[in-house]
Design a protein around this ligand. Structure first.
Ligand code: PBG
Length: 324
């Protein structure tokens, strides 16, 4: 054959493949989510997330030091709230001595340079396990937004660099930005979970924090997975309202959305490679059906290729070890 173009030339050896690779993972792509518990010396493996742990603050601080030493620049904090502190207002969420606030202070003190992001949503604090305040069986928007503003300000006061509202109430980004401005926190960022879908893949996360909804589901606030243009609307509105970064979540089943959002906004796009995505890789690898290391790198590369500038992933440490 006489061919004009032979595409295999650029695939022939590892050297040429790496020379022409379009997407390269680096440690600073990753945000490491951390699950924090009360107590001391507590380290509980999440049943549906093998090799991922909920730790007390002492162990969390150690973990953060290790993450930083590996080149991971950011953590995203989640806490497990004690049952007796849960109620329908979620008021423990803005307790200045709450577990989240203590954690932010301790982490910032131990590793001042690490970029601390915090989850802002009421579900871990809600006796109903919902991301908002419940009235007559409904998740009410505006009173929830007021609570989220208080929560965000209390995280900022404790030293959070960026708050990450994951609740999907309307108008919360603008309200949080305004609240931070009025409280004088002009350096605190907002990473908006803008296109967050009502997904079955959050299951393992809800095990980790004991935060499964007590009734119904989250479909009146999280997005319908049938929808695409709605994601653009959400992302553009959040940018307008003051989001510094917008997020698409989950990751792998929503890469089309990642690309569309990336093309539509002028802020960085983050993607949450969520608990169920972690669990699937772990389970298949345990069965011997896929190669775990390769699945991790392929998954994270595909998320970055789709347009994810930052990736929140439970594989952050594994990935850094694999790419170095
Ligand atoms: C709750 C929240 C969820 C996740 C992050 N924040 C679960 C939910 O909305 O029910 C999921 C993260 C994961 O599955 O890894 N506001």
């Amino acid at each position: 054959m006489i061919l004009q173009r032979r595409n295999r030339i650029l695939r022939a050896t590892p050297a040429i493949r790496s020379l022409v690779a379009e997407t390269i993972l680096t440690p600073s792509d990753f945000i490491a989510p951390l699950f924090i518990d009360e107590g001391e010396n507590v380290q509980t493996e999440i049943a549906s997330m093998p090799n991922y742990y909920r730790r007390s603050l002492d162990g969390t601080v150690k973990e953060v030091k290790e993450l930083w030493s590996m080149g991971i620049k950011s953590v995203l904090l989640f806490i497990k709230c004690k049952d007796e502190l849960k109620d329908n207002t979620g008021k423990e969420a803005w307790n200045k001595d709450g577990l989240m606030q203590r954690s932010i202070r301790a982490i910032k003190e131990a590793v001042p340079e690490i970029y601390v992001m915090t989850d802002v949503a009421l579900d871990p604090y809600s006796s109903y396990g919902h991301d908002g305040i419940v009235e007559n069986g409904e998740i009410v928007n505006d009173p929830t937004v007021e609570a989220l503003v208080k929560m965000s300000i209390s995280h900022a006061k404790a030293g959070a660099d960026m708050v990450a509202p994951s609740d999907m109430m309307d108008g919360r980004i603008g309200a949080i930005r305004e609240g931070l401005e009025h409280a004088g926190f002009t350096k605190t960022g907002i990473m908006a979970y803008s296109a967050k879908y009502a997904s079955c893949f959050y299951g393992p996360f809800r095990d980790a924090l004991d935060s499964a909804p007590g009734f119904g589901d989250k479909k009146t606030y999280q997005m319908d997975f049938a929808n695409r243009t709605e994601a653009i609307k959400e992302a553009l509105m959040d940018v307008e309202e003051g989001a510094d970064i917008v997020m698409v979540k989950p990751g792998l089943p929503y890469l089309d959305i990642v690309r569309e959002v990336k093309n539509a906004v002028d802020v960085p796009v983050s993607v949450y490679n969520i608990s169920g995505e972690y669990a699937m890789i772990k389970a298949a690898a345990k069965m011997g059906w896929i190669n775990e290391d390769k699945a991790i790198i392929e998954t994270l590369t595909s998320i970055k290729r789709a347009g994810g500038d930052l990736i929140a992933t439970y594989f952050a440490k594994d990935a850094v070890k694999l790419i170095s």
